[in-house]
Write a protein that binds this ligand. Structure first.
Ligand code: PMV
Length: 308
């Protein structure tokens, strides 16, 4: 059995698609995949989405397309096996469920068939298959899911290797994830931002400038362990995401509720327009309080750490 971990984008989602830096961390929510023998063909049972497919006989749905890419990359099209997939990442919620799915499958095939794939190759496969879900992914989700930890990421717009640097923090950040439970479509959200950017180039140029400076400042404050400042920057980042139109009433309510419960900062994470947000807590007691307040508003919450 092999795992793929979810992620939280701390700073820079959407802007990373255009080559600006982003900071993201793996989290302890996961997708896992186990391979069993199969008499004939390749079947996949994905309990997270409740999809069961016989590869090659699918109707072109995203799981089928994902498998086709992974099998082509690993040259395992002719094998017979069954994959059982489950996990605890909310799907299509901004926590990197698609990247975690692909990474868990690629790692399980690597283990079973002794493919000796490097992490770089797993990441390459995950990036290729992410196109099924995202149309034009920046690569941040698959990078974090493959390599783990807290990561500084910059997409190479020329198509070469993306920039990835592990950031080491003195102590992890205590966060609470809030889930609107509104499933979002990353490709739609990315397309929406692109259209708005074309319509209002001046406004977006200014916002993009602020986003770039903000992520550089965030890196400095994260490494210095200045949580109060990190919280302020999360709020600023949320303001920019609201300006580009990817926040929502529910996400705003979750952020306000978390801040009302004393959070140092709060913002949406991932593509927005639904999905999840997270808040930074001062300590474990406050973490629980924030989680309680989010649940009182009728949302799901999850307590975790980032930067470990
Ligand atoms: O698919 P999500 O919700 O994890 O969001 C991915 C982050 C974006 O910046 C919106 C898209 C991308 O490919 O980086």
């Amino acid at each position: 059995m092999q795992y793929g971990f979810g992620k939280l984008i701390l700073f820079g989602e959407h802007f990373v698609v255009y080559g600006l830096p982003g900071i993201a961390s793996s989290i302890d929510l996961f997708t896992r995949c186990r391979l069993y023998p199969n008499e004939k063909g390749i079947t996949v049972n994905d309990r997270l989405t409740n999809k069961h497919i016989l590869v090659g006989k699918g109707n072109g749905d995203i799981l089928e397309q994902t498998m086709q890419i992974i099998l082509k990359e690993t040259k395992l099209e002719k094998k017979n096996f069954r994959l059982e997939i489950d996990g605890n990442i909310p799907i299509f919620g901004g926590l990197g469920s698609s990247a975690a799915l692909i990474v868990s499958i690629a790692r399980e095939l690597n283990r079973e068939f002794l493919l000796n794939l490097s992490d770089e190759k797993i990441n390459e496969i995950a990036f290729a298959a992410e196109h099924v879900f995202h149309a034009s992914p920046s690569g941040i989700d698959n990078t974090v899911s493959t390599f783990g930890g807290l990561v500084w990421f910059e997409k190479n717009l020329q198509g070469g290797k993306n920039k990835m640097e592990h950031l080491k923090m003195k102590k992890p950040l205590l966060v609470v994830i809030g889930n609107t439970k509104i499933i979002h479509d990353t490709a739609e959200a990315v397309k929406f931002v692109c259209e708005q950017k074309e319509k209002q180039p001046k406004k977006f140029e200014q916002i993009f400038g602020q986003a770039k400076d903000l992520v550089h400042e965030a890196k400095k404050e994260l490494l210095a362990g200045n949580e109060k400042k990190v919280g302020e920057l999360l709020n600023k980042n949320q303001g920019l995401l609201k300006q580009i139109g990817v926040s929502s009433t529910e996400l705003e309510l979750l952020c306000e509720t978390a801040l009302g419960a004393g959070a140092l900062g709060a913002k949406l994470t991932g593509a927005g327009m639904g999905g999840c947000m997270f808040a930074l807590a001062k300590n474990a007691r406050q973490q629980k309080k924030i989680a309680r307040e989010l649940e009182k508003e009728g949302f799901e919450s999850y307590i975790t750490k980032v930067g470990v």
